[in-house]
Ligand binder design. Structure first.
Ligand SMILES: Cc1ncc(COP(=O)(O)O)c(C=O)c1O
Length: 400
């Protein structure tokens, strides 16, 4: 019987990168990463997320090693996004409180809740498909600021409820993600609120730079856990590209020329980075249908993220939604003695590509996977919507 991994079409294109990697440091400097690292590791409840070695899966896939960084337990928020939005909110509060109070306000004092009363008058707004908004809402609750979240028609009720649980007001708008971005901006303009977005564009770079700097924490933890065991391949899933750009930029600062081959994977329903690589410039795509990988359903790359990725990503892949459920099921029902892992929809692209490459030699060859490959996967979320997670696992059980 042919498996879904054997028949699925995963497109892979190679991308020539410029030898000059200065764009990486220009977008995300060592100082910006270090400041974020100092602040975030001082938050209450901080601890590194696990890095799992999946040896039975690596045997199945015909590679030497697979390491899976599991962001499910991150600050009890379910995804790596906990690191970015909340940190950018903390930075924004520092700037605004310093201005309003006429003195230098310290980041750590904001995290300790010492400015909750004054912060309550500062309103932060964002558009989200779930995880970024949860991070911003959680940060605002921690620091005492007021939070407003705009979501689009397709965002699940489970994800909306999770944000409301942190005290944010939720507004649902008709249309797709772009419509929610416009609504958030309009509300900000009308009410003098502050936008904390995870994507950058001409004239809006400070906040998204800090969001990306926050994600760098997970790269540092991964480097520390791997020690000398530097991988050959790094799979990074892309929405607007912020996570991928941050991790790539931070890893280059440690590993330099030994940095692994960087493979960007997107849903074929939202392949804006793949299309940008094909066109050789930042390219927007129109999303016709929402992918199951809700966090990756983005049609417009982040300007800063693209500057980083075009300088360092060597491969761009796009994969169908048909691989999502079966790959999640495989992680929950592992081979051999591997750990059972709760991997959410947007965590799965790297695993899905590996499982497809295990059954499609041409794909494995095109991305340079062989018995000597040591692969690093960023499992960016756990079950951020438990109901959707259970449905996908239940349906997929018989499909692999
Ligand atoms: C779980 C998860 N993984 C990956 C991503 C992609 O991140 P980015 O949009 O920065 O590329 C997102 C974005 O929301 C996400 O929620």
């Amino acid at each position: 019987m042919s498996s879904v991994f054997q028949s699925a079409v995963v497109d892979a294109m190679q991308h020539k990168v410029n030898a000059d990697r200065s764009a990486l440091e220009q977008v995300l400097s060592r100082e910006v990463f270090a400041e974020a690292h100092n602040a975030i590791t001082a938050w209450p409840g901080y601890s590194p997320t696990p890095l799992h070695a999946l040896s039975a899966l690596s045997q199945h896939c015909g590679v030497a090693a697979i390491h899976y960084k599991d962001e499910g337990p991150r600050f009890d928020l379910g995804s790596f996004k906990a690191l970015g939005g909340a940190y950018a909110a903390q930075q924004l509060l520092q700037r605004e409180l310093s201005f309003r109070l006429g003195k230098d306000v310290e980041l750590n004092d904001i995290a300790a809740g010492n400015y909750r009363e004054q912060a309550a008058d500062i309103h932060i707004v964002t558009a989200t498909d779930g995880n970024h908004g949860r991070s911003v809402a959680w940060g605002c609750q921690l620091f005492g600021a007021s939070c407003h979240i705009y979501i689009h028609a397709e965002v699940s009720q489970g994800r909306a409820d999770a944000m409301a649980a942190y005290g944010a007001s939720i507004a649902r708008v008709d249309g797709n993600y772009d419509a929610s971005v416009r609504a958030a901006q309009k509300a900000a303009d009308e009410n003098q609120w502050f936008v904390v977005s995870d994507t950058s564009y001409e004239g809006y770079t400070q906040v998204p730079t800090q969001v990306m700097a926050g994600y760098g924490v997970l790269a540092v933890e991964t480097v520390e856990a791997l020690g000398d065991d530097v991988p050959t391949h790094l799979f990074l899933q892309g929405g607007v590209g912020g996570m991928a750009a941050s991790i790539a930029a931070r890893l280059f600062q440690t590993w330099g020329d030994s940095t692994p081959r960087i493979l960007i994977v997107e849903p074929d329903l939202a392949d804006c980075l793949y299309q940008s690589a094909t066109a050789g410039c930042l390219t927007e795509v129109h999303i016709e249908e929402e992918t199951l990988m809700a966090g990756l359903s983005c049609g417009d790359p982040s300007m800063l993220a693209w500057q980083v990725l075009e300088a360092c990503a060597t491969d761009f892949l796009r994969m169908p939604d048909s691989l999502v459920g079966p790959s999640m099921w495989r992680m929950a029902n592992p081979l051999g003695g591997d750990a059972s892992i709760v991997a959410g929809e947007s965590a799965i692209p790297g695993i899905a590509c590996l499982l497809a490459a295990a059954e499609q030699p041409a794909l494995a060859q095109s991305i340079g996977l062989d018995q000597s490959s040591r692969v690093l996967i960023i499992g960016s979320e756990g079950a951020t919507d438990p109901e959707i997670y259970q449905q996908l696992i239940a349906t997929a059980g018989g499909e692999t």
